[in-house]
Design a protein around this ligand. Structure first.
Ligand code: ZN
Length: 213
């Protein structure tokens, strides 16, 4: 089924468990008061309760996910909001690992014992598959000389947005932290080299294969 048909028949969404991970990252950076302020703006986004319950069970729509980033930008300014999204992406990774690491095989010994480059490459592949399962998105990993490229079609972070610069900073931070974790603390440059909010067909995250330090 192509994307247009899929859009017509289902509400595009991401798993509540993934969005709780995102929300925990945001909470680490701006605190509970900041989180409340973001959601009290009354923009189209939704706060998941920390415990279960009917509200918790409901997945977040792409509109609600893009709305979170828009709310951060309204509250802290475009640059401030994107800086927070970047740091929240980094901060959310440990929550992601706790929630999905075992299921994805990231915490298992045979993964941890792979040589670094193989661990990074297969870890990115695992992330691509897992994110494709958790959201109505297609994430594809491509390897080019010197870089890994993660292609995200239907990116929820910038869903239906038109901006002057790439805006999917949460995923940049998240990938930076994944790379640091999987390489035992090295720093790899990650940039969003194409963004759907700039008219590209997909958001593309370009990850250096050589650490900077
Ligand atoms: Zn984007």
């Amino acid at each position: 089924m192509d994307n247009l048909n899929r859009e017509a028949t289902v509400t595009l969404s991401c798993s509540n468990l993934l969005m709780q991970v995102v929300q925990e990252g945001v909470r680490e950076i701006i605190g509970q008061a900041g989180v409340n302020a973001v959601f009290n703006l009354g923009l189209q986004t939704r706060l998941l309760p920390q415990e279960g319950g009917p509200d918790f069970e409901q997945d977040l729509t792409f509109e609600e996910i893009a709305g979170l980033q828009i709310a951060l930008e309204s509250l802290y300014g475009p640059r401030g909001g994107r800086g927070i999204a970047l740091r929240a992406g980094r901060a959310s990774f440990p929550y992601f690992l706790r929630q999905f690491g075992e299921r994805a095989g990231l915490t298992q010994m045979d993964f941890r014992l792979l040589p670094t480059q193989a661990r990074l490459s297969s870890g990115l592949d695992v992330l691509a598959r897992l994110l494709s399962n958790l959201c109505h998105i297609t994430v594809r990993l491509e390897e080019t000389p010197g870089h890994w490229l993660l292609w995200v079609e239907n990116c929820p972070e910038c869903w239906h947005r038109q901006t002057q610069e790439a805006v999917c900073h949460f995923w940049v931070g998240f990938l930076q932290e994944f790379m640091a974790w999987a390489s035992n603390g090295r720093y790899y440059a990650v940039v969003e080299s194409q963004c759907s909010a700039l008219g590209a067909s997909a958001c593309v995250f370009q990850i250096d294969q050589q650490a900077l330090d």
